[in-house]
Design a protein around this ligand. Structure first.
Ligand SMILES: Nc1nc2c(ncn2[C@@H]2O[C@H](COP(=O)(O)OP(=O)(O)OP(=O)(O)O)[C@@H](O)[C@H]2O)c(=O)[nH]1
Ligand SMILES: [Mg+2]
Length: 312
């Protein structure tokens, strides 16, 4: 089958095959991405991040169903964490999201991290574009928010939601450190637990001190995701943020910045690969290094010469 043609006709098997091609860097991956690009830019992308076990998958499941109820199609990209924090979470995600596959309007795809987070953010971006070209109205990217790379993945999103839970103790420091800046929305999940009010106040105080959010005050919602409580309000908040970004021209702005950083990453990647194969891994380069060791030549002009040659 022609994967691109079928994908554009809303064939889920084609979508699945296209994501597999991108994930595994098959030969046809670049061709697929090239052909679908002009069909992207319609979906609205929501990033959901937060500490391990916060209920992100449960929440994603419920949000997708709420969107489906409102008549939207939803694609989900779940980043399978292979970090030591979350042993067994992979199977858990699959099981919890299993009943979503019964919904025609929803498509779920897990992506393995396999320890290569750098490449993962590009692959996540490609998976999102494939779902976008397929015609998904909303795309949710779920990732565990523990490191910078995960934060990068969330940058694929138009609206980012940070899920936190009461009783994290000092872990709130971790949220302060990196994730706070990216939160357009905060959701306190497991609000059936003690410490919800205290956490709410803490987040409010942090937001107070954070000058990033001019014009948009990130709402703090409370949910019990496992029971589906509070989900409608979360979806309302997401849609309000979308409206805010659109009405202020900010959506176009952040999407332009995203395109720029994506293309910059692609460019750097390509140039680095080229230099690796044509320069670094050559006998000539080895010889030059040896001469530098012996102080027969100096590296500065060598680098200038190489750059001039490569750019020619
Ligand atoms: N008490 C309570 N438990 C919840 C709630 N929401 C989710 N859970 C439970 O919390 C556990 C973790 O939920 P997940 O949805 O897998 O959490 P996650 O953030 O996706 O986890 P990782 O992907 O492993 O980081 C599950 O056992 C859920 O049933 C809630 O609101 N209250
Ligand atoms: Mg999960």
């Amino acid at each position: 089958m022609d994967i691109v043609e079928e994908l554009l006709k809303h064939n889920k098997l084609a979508l699945s095959k296209a994501i597999t091609a991108v994930e595994n860097e098959y030969d046809n991956a670049v061709d697929i991405m090239t052909k679908i690009y002009s069909h992207t830019g319609h979906a609205y992308v929501i990033g959901i991040t937060g500490p391990p076990g916060a209920g992100k998958s449960t929440m994603t499941d419920k949000i997708a169903k709420e969107y489906s109820k409102r008549g939207f199609t939803v694609g989900i990209v779940a980043i399978d964490p292979t970090s030591p924090y979350s042993g067994g979470a992979i199977l858990g995600d699959r099981i919890r999201m299993m009943d979503l596959t019964a919904d025609e309007k929803i498509f779920v795809r897990s992506m393995a991290t396999r320890g290569s987070l750098g490449g993962l953010s590009q692959k996540t971006g490609d998976a999102v574009k494939l779902m976008d070209a397929y015609g998904m109205d909303r795309i949710i990217v779920e990732t565990v928010g523990v490191g910078q790379s995960e934060v990068d993945i969330v940058k694929t999103a138009d609206t980012s939601m940070v899920v936190v839970i009461p009783g994290m103790g000092d872990d709130i420091q971790a949220i302060k450190a990196g994730i706070l800046e990216i939160g357009d929305l905060f959701t306190i999940n497991k609000a059936d637990r003690d410490g919800t009010d205290k956490l709410n106040i803490e987040i409010e105080m942090m937001l107070e001190l954070n000058p990033e959010h001019v014009g948009w005050r990130p709402p703090i919602n409370r949910t019990i995701a496992s029971k589906g409580i509070g989900i409608e309000a979360v979806v309302d908040s997401i849609e309000e943020h979308k409206k805010y970004l659109e009405e202020n021209g900010k959506l176009a702005e952040i999407r332009k910045a995203r395109t720029k950083s994506e293309v910059t990453a692609m460019l750097n990647d390509k140039v680095n690969r080229y230099i690796d194969s044509k320069v670094i891994n050559t006998q000539e380069f080895d010889d030059q290094i040896m001469k530098m060791q012996n102080r027969e030549i100096e590296p500065y002009s060598v680098v200038d010469d190489i750059v001039a040659k490569v750019l020619k």
